[in-house]
Design a protein around this ligand. Structure first.
Ligand SMILES: [Fe+2]
Ligand SMILES: [Fe+2]
Length: 341
């Protein structure tokens, strides 16, 4: 990395110059937030983030680690109000990101363990095909209180208000059948030509119906570590071309394990008498994701592997990582509600 410094550009008079950055919760996120505020060289940034990172912590469940990484990925999406957009390509912040991504990816590979990529499509089907609804969706469908359900919506908002955006980074990196199928799936996720049907908008409407905020910034400071992990995994896979196989394997597992849980969660929203907008979001996914599952596994992953069979291991890794991180999140949320009960 070069030692070029990108200095934050002064905000015009009519803008508020103070960036609305997330609240740091430990040394890693503090180091990252400081880098967003004050210019540094790549060498300085790398040294500071490395010093803040404790090698014995588990990156997948450490909130400080995930928040630091989330802030760095946010530069590639909406950024932070009052912060210079040029920081997206600041060598210092890219160096900081690289320091965190290495242990993050290593921890994901440790979590999923050895995988068998001999027949990757079959393996993705096997991994996603238990047929048993996951415990978190069962709990939301049958047992969750109104407060727990609202909390679930608030926790998941960090992803759903940006639904499908990380996968859009992959489109220019795949070709032929995989590209056509991914574009078709994303077209649905983005409302099939209707802005009011964007899945992110449907989710915002569900939040608004419960008087909850509709911007991501409102949810970051209270998001559980593993909620940030679920978002960061998608960003890691989406932003690295070498991980495009993992991005699409992740997408396949995500879509293949969505329809049945969404049906249960919609039932939970009806059971609790929530406004229709809440169930509508989940009902939209019951049928859509039954179709998306086939498109994602057969056409997107199948198409990719037709032209790039060497990505078989990555496709299976992405699918397994999706499911394993989902499990971490289910454990974290159920424990959070048990603690609060
Ligand atoms: Fe969706
Ligand atoms: Fe979907």
């Amino acid at each position: 990395m070069s030692d070029i410094v990108i200095r934050p550009r002064p905000a015009p008079d009519h803008q508020i110059a103070v960036p609305s950055l997330p609240r740091p919760c430990g040394p890693v996120s503090q180091a990252v937030v400081t880098l967003l505020r004050e210019p540094a060289t790549a060498t300085q940034a790398e040294r500071r983030v490395r010093a803040a990172f404790h090698p014995h912590l588990d990156p997948l469940t450490d909130r400080d680690f995930q928040l630091g990484l989330w802030c760095l990925y946010e530069l590639h999406l909406d950024g932070f109000p009052g912060t210079d957009p040029a920081l997206e390509w600041s060598p210092a912040l890219l160096a900081a990101r690289a320091v965190l991504e290495e242990p993050f990816e290593a921890a994901l590979r440790r979590l999923v363990g050895p995988l068998s990529p001999d027949d990757p499509i079959e393996e993705v089907r096997r991994l996603t095909g238990s047929g048993r609804p996951p415990r978190l969706a069962r709990f939301l469908g049958r047992d969750a209180t109104a407060d727990q359900f609202r909390d679930y919506l608030a926790q998941r908002a960090v992803y759903h208000l940006r639904e499908s955006d990380p996968q859009s980074f992959v489109l220019p990196r795949v070709h032929g059948r995989a590209k056509a199928a991914l574009a078709e799936l994303q077209y649905d996720e983005y409302g099939a030509g209707r802005p009011d049907r964007l899945h992110a908008t449907l989710y915002a409407r569900a939040l608004a119906s419960l008087d909850l905020p509709t911007g991501v910034a409102a949810y970051v400071d209270t998001a559980e570590a593993t909620i940030l992990t679920t978002v960061n995994v998608m960003a890691l896979f989406g932003l690295h071309r070498r991980l495009r196989g993992a991005a699409l394997g992740h997408l396949a597992a995500f879509e293949a394990t969505s329809s049945i849980p969404c049906r249960l969660i919609a039932l939970g929203a009806h059971r609790l008498g929530f406004p229709a907008a809440v169930a509508t979001y989940y009902e939209e996914h019951v049928e859509a994701d039954a179709v998306h599952e086939q498109v994602a596994i057969h056409d997107i992953c199948g198409g990719l592997l037709e032209s790039s069979p060497e990505l078989a291991g990555d496709v299976v890794f992405g699918a397994a990582a999706c499911l394993a991180v989902d499990e971490l999140t289910a454990t974290a949320l159920l424990a959070r509600w048990e603690r609060a009960a």
